[in-house]
Design a protein around this ligand. Structure first.
Ligand code: ATP
Ligand code: MG
Length: 287
């Protein structure tokens, strides 16, 4: 699959309305997609063990989306085969009183994955330029007035880019996914959550209220993603109307990134190889 298709090129302007939410590439069936997903899960398991053994890099997967786009399901399916000891999932909700007493990256920094692990963010610091922008929540953030002005979003994009670059240079590979759902498909999913008693718990009337801000959110997403998709910390826009396809593409992108990482593993120096040989000789001499 051509994964470049889903990548938001650095310095490009994203127009979400031009991206087909129901795209399924040249795959013929859901079954075929599911089979490929299983193969990727197997590959991820192997690559994860190497990541863990190497203890140098970590992987951070950031998921953002409108309600009912399938963040939870994607996280569950895509990570189903990997060793739970090597993964850490964080779901970011409205900040607590303690969190509001710090800068917004405080809780994010604390949740970054350790070396060798895969970290998953279900929502993230991007909420700070999405929901906070759409609902004008800045006023609750206790910031000094001098820093709250019309430039605040630009300022946050810069801070986020700097922070993510620091993460990258510390060994954290960041992949950011926007699960791109159509408004029509969201309506269908909400209705099925209301009609199906087994899904009732998933529906909250707050979700309907947020739906009313659809266009504001799309605009905030476009701007934030355009400003923060960088070569080493890229955004991917994943068509989300077909869940099986969305999960497959996410798994493809993860496997691809992990493979690249593998080829960057540091090689042993000549001296280190000599040392290994000597150690082997010594052990064998023991008889
Ligand atoms: P689900 O509904 O599938 O359980 P969810 O991610 O929607 O998952 P909720 O508890 O419904 O979880 O919603 C969390 C809410 O917290 C969202 O509305 C989100 O916008 C909000 N939120 C997250 N981070 C921030 C933030 N920094 N500032 C304000 N609101 C935030
Ligand atoms: Mg919710």
């Amino acid at each position: 699959m051509n994964l470049n298709r889903f990548l938001v090129k650095p310095n490009s302007k994203l127009d979400l309305s031009k991206i087909d939410t129901a795209y399924t590439a040249n795959l013929k069936s859901k079954g075929e997609g599911k089979k490929l997903l299983l193969e990727n899960i197997k590959k991820m398991r192997e690559l994860q063990s190497q990541l863990y053994a190497q203890d140098r890099y970590s992987l951070l997967l950031v998921f953002q989306a409108m309600d009912a786009a399938g963040k939870d399901g994607t996280i569950k399916h895509v990570m189903s085969g990997v060793n739970p000891q090597g993964t850490q999932v964080y779901s970011f909700k409205q900040p607590s009183a303690e969190e509001l007493d710090h800068g917004y990256l405080w809780r994010i920094n604390k949740a970054l994955p350790e070396r060798g692990r895969i970290g998953i963010f279900n929502r993230s610091h991007y909420e700070e330029v999405l929901v906070v922008r759409v609902h004008n929540l800045i006023k609750f953030q206790k910031l000094p007035e001098q820093f709250v002005n019309d430039n605040i979003w630009e300022q946050r994009y810069r801070q986020i880019n700097d922070f993510e670059k620091y993460c990258y240079e510390s060994g954290i590979i960041i992949l950011k996914f926007y699960l791109h759902l159509s408004k029509e498909e969201q309506k269908k999913r909400f209705l099925s959550r209301i009609d199906d008693p087994a899904k009732n718990w998933k529906f909250s009337s707050a979700d309907l209220k947020e739906r009313g801000f659809w266009n504001d959110y799309q605009k905030a997403y476009e701007e934030a993603i355009s400003a923060t998709s960088k070569r080493h910390t890229p955004w991917f826009v994943i068509p989300a109307d077909k869940k099986w396809f969305m999960r497959l593409v996410v798994s493809e992108i993860i496997v691809d990134a992990m493979k690249k990482l593998k080829s960057e593993y540091p090689k042993l120096s000549k001296e280190q190889i000599e040392q290994l040989k000597k150690a082997k000789e010594e052990l064998l001499k023991e008889g």
